[in-house]
Design a protein around this ligand. Structure first.
Ligand code: KG4
Ligand code: ZN
Length: 333
């Protein structure tokens, strides 16, 4: 019997979840809207808002799961990677909570947790599988051999896929985070309206910084011809940008599947909420006979449910950490 309380605070969302014997019974997320005004997450502001949100978010999660503090068997928390000040709030709270209740502490790597979100609901993948993890800070193809036996076989050399979405959105003067807004406008646009050069990167790696620049130059040129170009063609621009990013991601995923002879394919991270990626992955899967695993929306973007399930699998192995633990902004995979 186990009840794990999990805390996620790596970036701008404060989230607390409860995992009761392997089932997620609460997953509360307090979003921070303050960053919308700045076009990106401001680390100092993020950690202050985490401090304000953490206590009420814990209280709400306990209430939703219908448990009390005394029922908790262990506390799991995101140790890294992420913003140091943000992580510090979650790590410090988790340590104090565990100390006060005299229960074990479990450290979780945020990037492992995005992948382990696939073990929250059915259908669950079987090992080994490949996972394309695409978030605001990372773009990785991971060979997953077991819960905590994972190897990065391809990754971005510069910007992450989420950054490509967000930076393009900024150029289009859409508020932060722009990924979901590009997705929304893309639904009413033509994905083949405009073509952008695909980066030519070796192996299973990615690069998005040149791609972003090519969009910027394209839009500048078009705006010289027609100052209202963006406003008049927003849906087509979003659909074309989204289509290009999705094609870049899927072509490398296809290459990886072939190279490792694996047909169980998963996606994870905030960008896995993208409808274009979800649809095109499903089409590719039908064509190539892949079995695909796509997390529920609430477990794609940052959430403590994924930290709780990762914590649960560590709890089963008695894999605990001591009070001397500290956050790691750049945590090794
Ligand atoms: O995993 P996540 O919540 O946070 C990080 O660990 O980075 O990912 C956030 C990223 C942001 O770049 C956001 O724009 C992107 O995920 N994102 C999306 C969508 N929903 C979130 N990008 C494209 N389409 C979406 N529907
Ligand atoms: Zn994340």
């Amino acid at each position: 019997m186990s009840v794990i309380l999990a805390i996620e605070s790596s970036c701008d969302d404060t989230s607390v979840a409860i995992c009761n014997n392997g089932k997620i019974t609460a997953n509360v997320i307090a979003n921070q809207t303050i960053h919308e005004n700045y076009g990106g997450v401001i680390p100092e502001l993020a950690s202050r808002v985490h401090q304000q949100n953490i206590v009420p978010t814990i209280a709400q999660a306990l209430k939703n799961a219908n448990v009390t503090k005394q029922d908790i068997s262990a506390v799991a928390f995101t140790q890294g990677p992420g913003l140091f000040g943000s992580l510090l709030v979650g790590v410090s709270f988790a340590k104090s909570f565990a100390l006060a209740l005299n229960i074990p502490l479990i450290s979780v790597n945020h990037m492992h947790a995005h992948i382990l979100a696939h073990f929250i609901d059915d259908p669950k993948p079987t090992f080994p599988f490949l996972c394309l993890t695409v978030s605001g800070g990372h773009t990785q193809i991971v060979l997953v051999r077991d819960y905590f036996d994972m190897e990065i076989v391809g990754e971005t050399l510069d910007d992450a896929a989420g950054e490509a979405f967000d930076k393009t959105a900024k150029i289009l003067q859409l508020p932060y985070p722009g990924g979901p807004l590009i997705d929304k406008h893309a639904k009413n646009g033509n994905p083949l309206a405009y073509k952008f050069a695909e980066p030519q990167i070796a192996d299973l790696n990615f690069s998005f910084s040149g791609f972003k620049t090519s969009i910027l130059y394209f839009l500048r040129k078009k705006e010289q011809e027609n100052p209202n170009f963006i406003a008049e063609n927003l849906n087509d621009i979003c659909a074309s940008v989204q289509h290009s990013i999705v094609q870049i991601l899927l072509s490398k995923l296809k290459k990886a599947a072939k190279q490792f002879n694996i047909s169980q394919i998963a996606i994870a991270g905030g960008v896995s909420a993208n409808s274009g990626l979800r649809n095109d992955l499903q089409k590719l899967a039908d064509e190539l006979n892949w079995e695909v695993f796509i997390p529920a929306f609430q477990y794609c973007t940052d959430n403590a449910g994924m930290i709780a399930i990762a914590g649960y699998h560590k709890f089963l192995k008695n894999d605990f950490v001591g009070q001397d633990i500290s956050p790691k902004a750049r945590m090794e995979f």
